[in-house]
Design a binder for this molecule. Sequence first.
Ligand SMILES: Nc1ncnc2c1ncn2[C@@H]1O[C@H](COP(=O)(O)OP(=O)(O)OP(=O)(O)O)[C@@H](O)[C@H]1O
Ligand SMILES: [Mg+2]
Length: 319
Amino acid sequence: MEEVLRIENLSKTYKKKNNEVLAVKDISFKGYKGEILGMLGPNGSGKTTTVKSIVTIVEYDKGQIFVNGIDNKKHQNSVKQCIGAVLEGARNIYWRLTAKENLIYFAGLKGFGYKQIKDNLEYFLEKLELKDVANKQVREFSKGMQQKVAVACAFITSPKVVLLDEPTLGLDIETARNMQQWIKLIAKQQETFILITSHDMRFIENVCDRVLIIKEGSIIANDSVSDLKKYFMRKVYHILLEEDLLDEQKNNLEKGFRVRFEHTDKGHSIYLTLENDSYLYDIFEILGRKKQSIQSIEILNDDFEDVFLEILRRNGEKI
Ligand SMILES: Nc1ncnc2c1ncn2[C@@H]1O[C@H](COP(=O)(O)OP(=O)(O)OP(=O)(O)O)[C@@H](O)[C@H]1O
Ligand SMILES: [Mg+2]
């Protein structure tokens, strides 16, 4: 696999008068051609700081970043030319320009003329369903349409590295799903390395080949979605009873296990998250003290969101 991004021991502290925030602590990772890498983490964990350090907007204190083999501190301009980015909460496009003009303008900033991007221009306008509004000023667009133009601007020059900081923020479900398909297609077709941050777990799960989980500025997991699921997915047992448990039974379950109770028309549900199936014997010992009639037992699997929360929990987060 060809390496296109290398981050070595990156650290960044923001300094404000008497206050210091250590936003990124000694992180290292690599990115490869054609790969989609997701970056997940709670609010304030350092995702945007990392992205901004790569695009040279944030001046980092320690470490080195190589984009396509080029040191981004020593050669800022050359690095900017081989990166496309959509930054969180920023106005990534010019509102008084049309969609088409924005694409031409941002390509121009990187030294690309109209002829060089003509094919991409047609392709992105078509794929992102922006063809009919291509000649309208983007200030007239909805938030989602503006975001699509910003994403297209990041890809217009077919850069080796594209950074998307929360690209689906403000998009409706259908547009977000379409973008998902489209990003996957581009990464493979144009062999782009794409780094995506998002709080949308389904998006990350469906799109990313590999995921970094970052907590308080440190990387706590770096693996494929399927391996993370394999290592961290636990079983949830749902036991449905006709009659409610006694308080003593509930207390005993709560003392020893991660448990949740729910009462519906169907009966009294117990949801138990177990790391080890052998705990079932202890649970049945507790249930056996009153022998309420059991209507059903089913095993539910965690989803990727639960896996993410479990990884944070094991790293000291109180969830
Ligand atoms: N310009 C700044 N000045 C001072 N502190 C900052 C600045 N930008 C970010 N921080 C702080 O650095 C830490 C990391 O912030 P960052 O924006 O990188 O997190 P994030 O993971 O992108 O969060 P979110 O999921 O909310 O987007 C936070 O504690 C934040 O308050
Ligand atoms: Mg952020």
